[in-house]
Design a protein around this ligand. Structure first.
Ligand SMILES: Cc1ncc(COP(=O)(O)O)c(C=O)c1O
Length: 374
């Protein structure tokens, strides 16, 4: 049966024969340990830079796994345990997980796989994460823009007419920079409408802060639904650059043709695997609970400041604040040594400031600086 991915993928990608990296060729070979590995122009001897304790690990002379399946398997278990069992669902066998270099690489890969420059378009709903449009722009792919409603929800009436021309709809829930989750009933309507038309990507970078809003359990029912995840946020591992693409195998078989050889460096893979053990997951959950406590306390305090018009409800590790008057509070905070973010180009959040939730000390300091404003 022809899948939606088959219909959308450009001929050039269909014809593409994946680059045969040394590790890809060796995949599936048995007795690997008995062989002499002289096929990847690696240094065969191990190197030790630095002293024995702090030096680099000796096996780094070898390329890593082509697509590390151990991290992908560990992430799949995490998804099933935390996001599917609670919903009485399972990830079906057709659903595949791929570890990539951060959620950003997943976005780029999807646009490159399914959109032909000059021919195809993606659809985004701002205010939202800027990388979807940036990736499309950088590849010469058009972006249809349908802003979120005043409540930061999907404007389905305006999205639907655009679907015929759209290859990928990029959604973000919980959304950056607004901090809210998209309503599941809207997502379900969109998934029904897009079935034969467009892939729907839900970027769940902040999902650990609102796990009940995940759509991962809907993937069995909607094979054109793709979920993006990351270890950069709740897991606190932004520096290792590990994210995940979760998609039906009909989608993944094309994405796998374009993925860079050896996307995950060994040191990153080792850390990711530790984070995905049961003790790693327990630690992530404890730090998430703690962060949510700090966030809710901070929101309560900030809401009482006279120059604050509104603090938006947040399901993430940041808050979006709307200030009264003309003062640029992004600049004000910056001048006091606090670097926040102003979602500058978005009319509906003009003048708002997005503040990441840090330690109690950092949030106290931020509060104090805002209290001192006159
Ligand atoms: C919604 C969203 N998606 C993806 C990313 C990028 O994640 P990663 O660090 O995994 O590339 C971010 C980073 O801020 C984000 O806010």
């Amino acid at each position: 049966m022809t899948s939606l991915a088959d219909k959308l993928v450009p001929e050039s990608v269909k014809k593409l024969i994946p680059y045969q990296s040394a590790r890809r060729i060796a995949r599936g070979m048995t007795n690997k340990a008995d062989h002499l590995w002289l096929n990847a122009n690696e240094l065969e001897s191990c190197c030790q830079y630095g002293d024995e304790k702090q030096g680099v690990n000796s096996h780094y002379n070898r390329y890593p796994d082509f697509l590390p399946s151990d991290i992908a398997d560990a992430y799949r278990c995490y998804c099933e345990q935390f996001y599917c069992e609670a919903m009485d669902h399972q990830l079906n066998d057709e659903c595949e997980v791929m570890a990539v270099r951060g959620a950003d690489e997943a976005i780029d890969l999807l646009v490159r796989t399914f959109c032909q420059p000059g021919n195809d378009q993606i659809l985004v709903c701002p205010p939202t994460y800027g990388m979807y449009e940036f990736c499309a722009d950088s590849l010469g792919v058009k972006t249809a823009v349908v802003p979120l409603t005043a409540e930061f929800q999907l404007d389905l009436a305006k999205i639907v007419p655009e679907l015929e021309k759209t290859s990928i709809v990029f959604l973000c829930s919980p959304n950056n920079p607004t901090g809210n989750v998209l309503q599941q009933q809207d997502l379900l309507i969109l998934l029904e409408r897009t079935k034969d038309q467009a892939l729907v990507v839900v970027d769940e970078a902040y999902i650990e802060f609102a796990p009940e809003s995940s759509v991962v359990h809907l993937m069995a029912q909607y094979p054109h639904l793709i979920v993006i995840r990351t270890l950069s946020k709740a897991f606190g591992l932004a520096a290792i650059r590990v994210g995940f693409l979760i998609a039906d195998q009909s989608v993944m078989s094309y994405v796998a043709r374009l993925v860079a050889p050896y996307p995950i460096a060994d040191p990153s893979a080792e850390i990711a695997l530790k984070a995905l053990t049961s003790s790693g997951l327990a630690q992530m959950q404890a730090q998430t609970t703690h962060l949510i406590e700090i966030r809710d306390w901070f929101i309560n305090e900030v809401s009482q400041l006279p120059m604050v018009e509104k603090v938006y409800y947040s399901c993430t590790n940041f808050v979006l604040i709307r200030f009264k008057g003309q003062t640029n509070f992004y600049e004000y905070l910056l001048n006091k040594g606090i670097v926040a973010r102003s979602p500058a180009n978005e009319p509906s959040v003009k003048g708002c400031v997005r503040i990441s939730i840090g330690s109690v000390n950092s949030m106290n300091k931020t509060l104090q600086v805002l209290q001192e404003y006159q």
